[in-house]
Design a protein. Structure first.
Ligand code: HEM
Length: 395
């Protein structure tokens, strides 16, 4: 099998290279990726593709650090202070503080608001005419949800959304470009300052003012800015890809779409299956803190180890018929939200968004039709559709 350059965004331009990963899982489950002209700093990295190994690595943060090099093939920019790029004890403190804003109760309270938003978004969908589902629908709800969480004023939403899109596109797909990150940061600083002096009824206000019983310091301005910058790529891009990819999967599997229409109770398992199927957050990187052996391969201290959730979520040892989209799949031990200490902070919000959006879509439209070619983000990290031309026919 000809190796695919996994450090090259272009390798993902037509979607995830499943064939190569099917081969890796069977033949080289812990594979050494030689550096190519695209690999950051010319340093090779390990590629872990099996579910059991991905789970083991996620659960062993002491050996597989998120702080030493961040979570991408590129070294991170927030190492040591951005939530996802810290290890204990730093991670424990940061996570405990932001958790105060992300309780099931605070997220549950958003349901009515999100449903009203979803309805307004769908009001704009032209009936029976081709439109691009991604910007019109899939992008909108997650963006509005993050803005609601952060208490971003309504009138700033579009501008912020554009900055985030540009930031992700302009960074060559893998990192945010510095000038866009700067604009996002300036916005974050001003917003945090406002919430510090005028707390409102939003999750960011709770987080800005959060305190722990152990007396550890509140979040600093720098930590809050890093958190703000993390939420857009972590929460908006991922959920957008899940909604768009979920819509496509339902259209391509009319039997499953019909089953969901007939059994609204299946929405919960359907949401999990959509996350497994789309795996919008494709891979993670860790850096070893010691020499370690994995499936007989010797990994040296300080090496990069990448784990591929999308591949783990197609592992035939864990999922029956993994390439079948099954809205009632149960159990469904997917790792689409990660696992262990860094398990997705926004998982409950993402699940709520998926539920609300698909309930509203199925409630309103009788039929959907893909009308043109698809296009994908040119990105190996946040993989999703950018073009999903559709016709939607109201009931
Ligand atoms: C379908 C949508 C989503 C997917 C597939 C997803 C996936 C993930 C994954 C795989 C991780 C683990 C990162 C790691 O181990 O390094 C993660 C962490 C995280 N996610 Fe999500 N996510 C989604 C939605 C959201 C939303 C809506 C938010 C915010 C509102 C969010 C915020 C975060 C944050 C802050 C972390 C870092 C947690 C930590 O390091 O402790 N995510 N997400």
């Amino acid at each position: 099998m000809e190796p695919v350059d996994l450090s090259y965004s272009g390798s993902f331009a037509a979607g995830f290279p499943h064939e190569f990963f099917n081969w890796l899982r069977q033949n080289e489950p812990v594979w050494w990726h030689q550096p190519t002209e695209h690999t950051p700093n010319g340093i090779g990295f390990w590629v872990v593709s099996r579910h059991a190994d991905v789970v083991a690595i996620f659960k062993d943060a002491e050996t597989y650090s998120s702080e030493l090099g961040g979570t991408q093939i590129y070294d991170g920019k927030g190492m040591g202070y951005q939530l996802n790029q810290t290890d204990d004890p730093k991670h424990r403190r940061l996570r405990a503080l932001v958790n105060k804003g992300f309780t099931p109760r605070t997220i549950g309270r958003l349901e009515d608001d999100l449903r009203a938003r979803a309805k307004r978004i769908l009001d704009e969908v032209p009936s029976g005419e081709t439109f691009n589902f991604v910007p019109a629908v899939a992008r909108e709800l997650p963006l509005q949800a993050i803005c609601a969480v952060l208490g971003v004023p309504q009138e700033d939403r579009a501008e912020l959304g554009d900055i985030v899109d540009l930031a992700i596109g302009a960074g060559g797909g893998a990192t945010m470009s510095p000038q866009h990150l700067k604009r996002l940061s300036a916005y974050a600083d001003a917003l945090v300052e406002r919430k510090r002096h005028h707390p409102a009824d939003d999750i960011l206000s709770i987080i800005v003012h959060a305190q722990l019983d152990d007396g550890s310091p509140q979040l600093s301005n720098m930590e809050l800015r890093a958190f703000f910058n993390l939420l857009f790529p972590a929460g908006a891009e991922t959920t957008r890809s899940a909604i768009a990819g979920g819509m496509l999967a339902l259209i391509e599997n009319p039997g499953e779409l019909g089953r969901l229409r007939g059994n609204p109770d299946l929405m919960k398992t359907a949401g999990e299956e959509i996350v497994r199927w789309t795996s919008p957050s494709v891979y993670k990187r860790r850096t070893t803190t010691r020499d370690v052996e994995l499936r007989g391969r010797a990994i040296r201290q300080g090496q990069k180890v990448t784990v591929w959730e999308m591949s783990a979520n197609r592992d035939e040892e864990v999922f029956t018929d993994p390439f079948r989209f099954d809205i009632a799949r149960d159990p469904n031990f997917h790792v689409g939200f990660g696992l262990g200490a860094h398990f997705c902070l926004g998982a409950n919000l993402a699940r709520l968004e998926l539920k609300v959006m698909f309930e509203e879509l199925l409630g309103r439209f009788a039929r959907f039709e893909v009308t043109g070619p698809l296009a994908w983000t040119n990105n190996n990290r946040l993989l999703g559709l950018t073009h999903l031309p559709l016709k939607a026919f109201p009931k």
